[in-house]
Write a protein that binds this ligand. Structure first.
Ligand code: PGA
Length: 249
């Protein structure tokens, strides 16, 4: 059975007090449903609060928004995959466009982070997506495939089979502009084709989420698009009532 993924990326929002209040309200609105996969990516400082608030809800997974590629060491301000795992996270976002374009993360670093997540037993959700100028130059596929190939280059095929992917066109993130379901579908199909070339039919089981200005109004049509297996949502995941209505889509 296809179980769509609904992933909330809180970015730098919801410290521990807000996170606790959010989940109290959200859980009152959202009963366990076996036909969906729910994920939260809170800021690292709120990770244990979120995990604690969800301890009766094993149906909901929690991950970190970023990890370092080393397991430990002199890296002030950083967070490693084994530490995230130890704190109860089971997932890690890797290569989010804000990491790539605001913090200058390279494809090579993204690949090392995917490998670190896999080593620690975290499921990586690798994010890929083109910038507006790349789209306008007709380079969308090129960029997405480059990021995808680079991102999975340091893990074995069996590990790739356990990952999640997210296609997030940079021009659609936080801008109110969304890719049309047809645009999203076309790029998801490119990603799926590439994964199939590596993994064969196993690639059909890899969830590919769409992200970029998803909201209550467009969630359903995006989810109905072929090869769109879930949604990675920033702004519209910050309000408990709004998010609970999206996850009931
Ligand atoms: P947005 O962010 O939903 O606010 O556009 C999505 C993301 O960056 O993951």
């Amino acid at each position: 059975m296809r179980r769509p993924v609904f992933a909330a990326n809180w970015k730098m929002h919801h410290g521990p007090s807000d996170a606790r209040a959010f989940l109290r309200s959200f859980l009152a609105h959202y009963a366990r449903r076996p036909d969906r996969q729910l994920l939260f990516f809170p800021p690292a400082i709120s990770l244990t609060t979120v995990i604690d608030s969800l301890k009766e809800r094993q149906d909901i997974r929690v991950g970190v928004q970023n990890i370092h590629w080393e397991d430990k060491g002199a890296f002030t301000g950083e967070l490693s995959a084994p530490m995230a795992r130890d704190a109860g996270a089971t997932m890690a976002l890797v290569g989010h466009s804000e990491r790539r374009h605001v913090f200058g993360e390279t494809d090579e670093e993204t690949a090392s982070k995917v490998a670190a997540a896999v080593r620690a037993g975290l499921t990586p959700m690798l994010c890929v997506g083109e910038k507006l100028e790349e789209r306008e130059r007709g380079e969308t596929e090129l960029v997405v495939l480059r990021q995808l190939r680079a991102g999975i280059a340091k893990v074995e095929p069996h590990a790739i089979g356990t990952m999640m992917l997210a296609y997030e066109p940079v021009w659609a993130i936080g801008t109110g502009k969304t890719a049309t379901p047809a645009d999203a579908s076309a790029i998801h199909a490119v990603i799926r084709r590439e994964l199939k070339a590596i993994l064969g039919e196993k690639a059909t089981g890899i969830p590919i989420c769409y992200g970029g200005s998803v909201n209550r109004g467009n969630a359903q049509t995006l989810l109905e698009a072929s090869d769109v297996d879930g949604l990675l949502v920033g702004g519209a995941s910050l309000d408990a009532e709004g998010w609970s209505s999206i996850v009931r889509t």
